[in-house]
Write a protein that binds this ligand. Structure first.
Ligand SMILES: NC(=O)c1ccc[n+]([C@@H]2O[C@H](COP(=O)([O-])OP(=O)(O)OC[C@H]3O[C@@H](n4cnc5c(N)ncnc54)[C@H](O)[C@@H]3O)[C@@H](O)[C@H]2O)c1
Ligand SMILES: [Zn+2]
Ligand SMILES: [Zn+2]
Length: 340
């Protein structure tokens, strides 16, 4: 079967790979796979070479393995993670803290190819059946939805709060959407990509957007919200943006870091001291949050299909990554359909 494999810096190669054979895993025919901002970090660095990405997917069961409740043809999604299941983190319902969670994650590790191919093998305990009223593409949106939900749970928004979300990629849009549901009185998004910034308002997840490229960005924000935001959520992973979160958050406010960066950030600790800031990282989701997102979509409490810009064949994966990183295209979420 064909797969889009990471071959070099910003380069995919379409290769021929063997179908998965592991009888202990649920074998799934991929229906749809989302491209994630985290995949873009791998693409940018070309590492690890040989990776087959795609940790946001929906598919059809080919072999249910030990999952007697599933049958051939059932539509499913899965948590891509690989928690050990018996450490303190796992036993308290926090697999995101488990040391094993990313070691063999589907689409994020070399030993477990993700959905940028036709068929994958997934741990039975991570597979979740999709309700009939969730489309294949919505099924591939559950994982990033759960990332947004987890960030908002950690943000602990109070009714009437002012919220700033930095970065209007899919994680930023999901976080903004949930911030409104939590009762924020206003949600602003800052973006360096004008098309994405405008789109966040058009999609009705943000009340306002700020151009982070504008040299007067900080003055403009602080003129609008002189005391600063109760909550600032970074969904950009950009170091400059993280620095600006310290200046735009209110005294006693909270900063949530969802965006990923391995570059050091520089800030005068006196800012955090004087403002009595709370700074929290947010990684992934719990299984409960993942299931909650399925219910929210199924019950029509949230609409995630509005965030999907395009559904493309596997051979166009390279082009889709180029489009998503162009810095001026409004596309936020592109879904790959290996059957197209
Ligand atoms: N913590 C987690 O569990 C988790 C899960 C998924 C993704 N992520 C990370 O979250 C980040 C966002 O993911 P995504 O899929 O939305 O990615 P994305 O690349 O689509 O979105 C990032 C957005 O940030 C914008 N941006 C860049 N610099 C900025 C700045 N200085 N100010 C304002 N906006 C700026 C970009 O234009 C882009 O639209 C990535 O770093 C990703 O790796 C974290
Ligand atoms: Zn993702
Ligand atoms: Zn564990």
């Amino acid at each position: 079967m064909k797969a889009a494999q990471l071959d070099d810096i910003k380069k995919f190669k379409i290769v021929e790979i063997e179908k998965p054979k592991d009888k202990n895993k649920v074998i799934i025919d991929i229906l749809k796979t989302g491209i994630c901002g985290s995949d873009i970090h791998n693409w940018d660095s070309g590492s690890p070479k040989g990776l087959i990405m795609g940790h946001e997917f929906s598919g059809k069961v080919v072999n249910p393995a030990s999952r007697v409740d599933l049958k051939v043809g059932d539509r499913v999604t899965a948590l891509p993670i690989s928690p050990c299941g018996h450490c303190e983190a796992c036993e308290t319902g926090n697999p995101q803290y488990c040391k094993e969670t990313w070691n063999h994650a589907v689409g994020l590790s070399l030993d477990n190819p993700g959905g940028l191919t036709s068929q994958i093998a997934v741990r039975p305990d991570m597979v979740i059946k999709l309700p009939d009223n969730i489309s294949d593409e919505e099924g591939a949106m559950i994982e990033p939805t759960a990332v947004g939900l987890h960030a908002i749970h950690l943000a602990d928004i109070k009714v009437g709060d002012n919220v700033l979300v930095i970065g209007g990629g899919i994680i930023g849009l999901m976080s903004a959407m949930f911030a409104k549901l939590e009762g924020a009185q206003s949600v602003a998004i800052s973006e360096t990509n004008e098309s994405r910034g405008k789109k966040s308002v058009k999609l009705n997840v943000a009340d306002k957007w700020y151009n982070a490229k504008d040299p007067n960005f900080l003055q403009t924000v602080l003129t609008d919200v002189p005391n600063g935001f109760d909550i600032v959520i970074d969904c950009s992973g950009n170091t400059k943006a993280v620095e600006s979160s310290l200046l735009t958050v209110k005294q006693g406010g909270t900063i949530i870091l969802v965006g990923v960066s391995s570059k050091p950030i520089e800030f005068a600790s006196v800012i955090a001291v004087m403002k009595e800031l709370t700074l929290k990282g947010a990684i992934a989701y719990t299984k409960e949050e993942f299931k909650n997102c399925i219910n929210l979509i199924s019950n029509k409490k949230i609409d995630v299909s509005k965030f999907i810009d395009d559904i493309i064949p596997l051979k166009d994966t390279q082009k889709a990554y180029e489009r998503l990183t162009s810095g001026n295209d409004s596309a936020v979420k592109i879904i790959v359909d290996p059957n197209k």
